[in-house]
Design a protein around this ligand. Structure first.
Ligand code: HEM
Length: 403
């Protein structure tokens, strides 16, 4: 959606749902779904890739729609990832002609352009998914109380003047924007742990000091886990999931460092380049969370926060379109990464670990690591027993989200 009144109105609504205070109320869902993921990794470690993808979507399903799916193979989660694959394929450079630069291409008849048919097919898939979720939420509200983001939006629809299409697409945007982004970041973290075993050792040392082996880390422990927090900043710096950032259009003529940028130009804030600048970061290609300890920007120098409006990370974009889901995402990353390193020894298969962006990651605007060899071994029988016990304890809570 381009900048304008409609966008401003929706953005305000989205920010109201995703601000720091509100997203903290979703923490019990993230905690319980992470325990489900640990349980999946304990019982079916070979399916690790889809366990992380299920996790991020399950958090959105529960918080936005009050629903739950415990398997990646369930139609709601599968359909979402199929639709995301469709979007990614359409956004591949060269997959569609440059309609923004040559608007007349828009008027070519459908039989001449397969991309138009694909876009139409995608819209059908999205509409059936999004309207389905909206209607199920309405039904749940009729059957009794349900408190989820979508129920709140439906209750406020008069005030917000949202029609069904806007509501359906708002919910769908949450599903799409919050799923593979968070999952890819978690998978990248796992890849980094396989490549850099010392980071895993250090992370385990930190969670052990705080939790021992009697309980897994929880939200109350976050303040005592600066190394895990540094790992989040480092994974977002090292391999940002949208390396080139999102495309933005310049709404008025501008000049930047001597370059004239006419209104209508599409520009990218290149997170990849910003976060790998050797002048800013020491050995930028290395995964080195320590750079963020004692300096929240991870830079070679001390940032003067009064004068320099630098962000800790550019992985969420910057400016007025910066990701509104970043607090929800950070909580998801923190609880999952802390519990994961607490529970498992994570190793590869002894072969060279490929972390190269060109070969180990998918192409496209949003990237993810390809599947890679990895083993998850519970750190001890006590750790495995705690996972079983804590997962059992959250069972009744999770049951509350079943459709
Ligand atoms: C690690 C996880 C995530 C990453 C790295 C990420 C990254 C991004 C990036 C790079 C953008 C584009 C910003 C720009 O235009 O400059 C974006 C936009 C957006 N994100 Fe996220 N995101 C994540 C998780 C989430 C979650 C969990 C949600 C919501 C549930 C979410 C909702 C959105 C929305 C609604 C937008 C569009 C904002 C707009 O155009 O106004 N994201 N995100």
């Amino acid at each position: 959606m381009q900048y304008g009144n409609a966008w401003r109105h929706q953005r305000k609504t989205v920010q109201g749902l995703l601000n720091v205070t509100v997203v903290d109320t979703v923490m019990p869902i993230q905690n319980a779904e992470t325990l489900q993921t640990l349980h999946h990794l304990l019982t079916e470690p070979e399916g690790y890739y889809d366990h992380f993808r299920r996790y991020s979507t399950a958090v959105i399903l529960a918080s936005v729609f009050g629903q739950r799916e415990d398997r990646f193979e369930s139609p709601k989660i599968r359909d979402l990832y199929d639709s995301l694959d469709h979007v990614t394929a359409l956004l591949e450079p060269g997959a569609t002609p440059p309609v923004d630069a040559f608007p007349f291409l828009r008027y070519l008849p459908g039989f001449m352009c397969s991309w138009k048919r694909e876009v139409k097919d995608l819209r059908k898939i999205q509409q059936s998914m999004y309207y389905g979720l909206l209607n199920e939420t309405k039904q749940k509200m009729q059957d009794g109380e349900t408190d989820c983001f979508m129920a709140r939006l439906i209750r406020q629809r008069e005030k917000n003047k949202f029609d069904d299409e806007q509501l359906a697409y708002l919910g769908g945007t949450f599903m799409e924007a919050g799923s593979d982004t968070t999952a890819s970041t978690l998978l990248t973290f796992v890849l980094a742990l396989v490549k850099y075993p010392k980071v895993l050792e250090e992370a385990q040392r930190e969670v052990d000091l705080v939790c021992g082996s009697d309980k897994s880390p929880s939200m109350e422990d976050f303040d005592k886990l600066p190394y895990i927090s540094a790992c989040i900043s480092e994974v977002l710096r090292w391999r940002p999931i949208a390396p080139s950032g999102a495309p933005h259009v310049v709404i008025q003529d501008d000049t930047y460092e001597g370059y004239f940028i006419p209104k209508g130009t599409i520009v990218f804030a290149n997170a990849w380049a910003i976060q790998r600048d050797e002048h800013e970061y020491e050995k930028p290609d290395e995964f080195h969370p320590e750079r963020f300890l004692g300096n929240k920007f991870g830079t070679r120098y001390k940032v003067d926060e009064e004068k320099d409006f630098r962000r800790v990370t550019y992985a969420f974009g910057a400016g007025r379109r910066v990701c509104p889901g970043q607090h929800l995402a950070q909580n998801s990353l923190m609880i999952s990464m802390a519990k994961l390193v607490w529970a498992f020894d994570i190793t590869g298969d002894g072969t060279e670990v490929d972390t190269d962006m060109a070969t180990a990651f998918t192409n496209g605007l949003v990237t993810a690591p390809h599947k890679f060899p990895v083993q998850f071994k519970p750190r001890s029988s006590e750790h495995a027993a705690v996972i079983e016990k804590e997962f059992e304890l959250v069972g009744p809570f999770l049951q509350g989200f079943k459709v």
